[in-house]
Design a protein around this ligand. Structure first.
Ligand code: GLN
Length: 225
């Protein structure tokens, strides 16, 4: 039995800048090619508390500062279930604003500090003088990735042993103008500033699709046991 692959899209209605929902569409397409149907559930402001362990993949897209402020207030009710999911090494992809909210805090353009989920040891600071915008290119374990970035938040790791970058910059800024790296990897979780969507880069998309299938099979085995 293959079952249906369940994807939770966190705040789909609020966190979807520059075509980030394309990441979920590409994954659904690849999973279909591999013989799996997918169900995408929107976990948002009006939806009940969700259990991340019922899902095979979590996706969190990018958002503008205003939307991030709204989302951050609601998000904290899900912090434990998302933390447990991430610690269990299950696959998750968080882009830009979503990536920022997995960390400790985000200091916004308004000078206010949004509390993040605090799951990953990283923080983000808004710098008005130089928005990081344009095409990006970076080298990853899955080859060269080409994408687009548009953010003022600069992200810094607070633990360089626990967190690893997703890639090394060739063109563009990535996490911040100083470190020369893009995104983050921790266990099965990937964070990235790359829009475009990111998963038009097929090697990376295929690797995530395979991880989702393994996680799905493991989840089904526990449900059936
Ligand atoms: N508002 C955040 C920033 O400017 C994130 C932007 C985004 O998700 N595209 O850094």
């Amino acid at each position: 039995m293959t079952g249906v692959i369940k994807i939770a899209y966190l705040y789909e209605d609020l966190m979807n800048t520059y075509g980030d929902s394309g990441d979920v569409k590409i994954l659904s397409y690849l999973l279909k090619q591999r013989g799996y149907e997918t169900q995408v559930d929107d976990v948002s402001i009006d939806t009940p508390k969700f259990n991340a362990q019922d899902y095979d993949f979590l996706f969190f897209g990018g958002g503008q500062d205003f939307e991030q402020t709204v989302v951050a207030k609601d998000l904290l009710r899900h912090s434990q279930t998302i933390a447990d999911y991430i610690e269990a090494g299950k696959p998750m992809l968080a882009i830009c604003g979503g990536y920022q909210l997995l960390g400790d805090y985000y200091e916004t353009s308004e000078g206010t500090t949004i509390k993040g989920l605090g799951i990953l040891p990283l923080h983000t600071v808004f710098k008005a003088d130089a928005r990081m915008i344009g095409d990006t290119e970076f080298e990853t374990e899955w080859g060269t990735v080409k994408a687009f970035e548009n953010h003022s938040g600069r992200t810094y790791f607070d633990d360089n042993v626990k967190l690893k970058p997703l890639g090394k910059m060739i063109t563009g800024y990535g996490n911040n103008p100083e470190d020369g790296v893009e995104g983050m990897r921790y266990k099965g979780t990937i964070g990235s500033y790359a829009h475009g969507p990111l998963l038009k880069n097929v090697n990376l998309a295929a690797a995530i699709a395979d991880q989702i299938i393994s996680n799905h099979q493991a989840r089904l085995a526990t449900v059936q046991a």
